[in-house]
Design a protein around this ligand. Sequence first.
Ligand code: V47
Ligand code: SF4
Length: 381
Amino acid sequence: MEREAVLAAMEGVVAEKELRKLAEKVLAGTRITPNEGLLLFEKAPIALVGMLANYVRERLHRHTTYFNRNFHIEPTNVCVFACHFCSYSRLYAHREEGWELDAQRMMDIVKSYDGQPVTEVHIVGGVHPKLDIHFFAQLLRQIKAHRPDLHIKGFTAVELDYMIRKAKMSRTEGLSYLHDAGLDSLPGGGAEIFDPEVREKICADKVDAAGWLDIHETAHSLGMHSNATMLYGHLEDYRHRISHMEQLRALQDRSRGFNTFIPLKFRNKDNDMKDVSETTLLEDIRMYAVARIYMDNFPHLKAYWPMLGRQNAQLMLSFGVNDIDGTIDDTTKIYSMAGSEEQTPSMSTEELVQLIRQVGRRPVERDTLYHIVKDYGLQAV
Ligand code: V47
Ligand code: SF4
């Protein structure tokens, strides 16, 4: 059935022969090459890409769509770096325009969730020159002492690279120190796009691709899981996207420590790149679908709804996505400041369950490591 539908979607199209070979590989569960990934971006009809992505998604997860109950702490938006796409940070020289939370204030945020069934706190912020690794280790210890069951997913490789270098530790020492203090896993931020020339243009001074990958590989070797992102839809081209995904796929072959791949759509409000147009919905659909097909060793593909908008994230559940992040509760500013339609991103569990069910999928609440917390089942008909 799938095979017939897929073959019909290819009839008479440009590059039919190559696409047919590619589709046969995907249906057989065989990995596609970088050139085949490019072909999906450049020549494949969207119906074909969508069908293949959905096939992979359903083979891995059937209709299951994960979400979690989490909240974010953004310790500061003061940052030593000045990434051109970032609408959120303020340089240290302009720190009076930004915010810096002290440990007490962050613990108040944690305590405000006492008695609520959240399973994860996500801690990500700017790279503040005065907040060092010991400050964050102490914060982690305080959170764990107060709420040992809460999974702490914290710090992008950019933040980690800076604080570990500043402490004159090796990456293994720095990550072990934070792990011992309570850090459970790493979020996927800071990867942006690995290509050195594009990276130079959009975020020249922060950790490079090799450093980002090494930090994640080191974390994996210490038993921590992590996510990986890719910022797309700015100055990069399809080759850069494929090369980015290829490097992640190769690392995952070695370490098996990644849980989730998260394509992040570039948003252009109030940043130095405001003249770069945003991608269309069609382009976003293709991006997610190609990611699902290409990243064959990543168990999960996430549409981060506070950035993509909830309706578009919902749509992606038919184009490869099986994870829609969390309830979040209005605790992140990164995307509202960059122009997302989600100005106060919060969604109740009931809303998330509805959103997933509306497209015929099965909502399952998970914890950070994808253990099932509650299976809501398919909607009764
Ligand atoms: O690395 C910043 C991105 C990331 C913009 O691991 C922008 O579960 C688009 O990584 N347009 C940080 N994107 C957030 C992040 C994340 C978010 C949610 C879940 C997880 C996870 C990770 O935000 C940065 C950067 O790529 N970003 N500015 C912008 N204008
Ligand atoms: Fe700083 Fe991160 Fe913004 Fe870059 S993306 S300026 S590292 S907060």
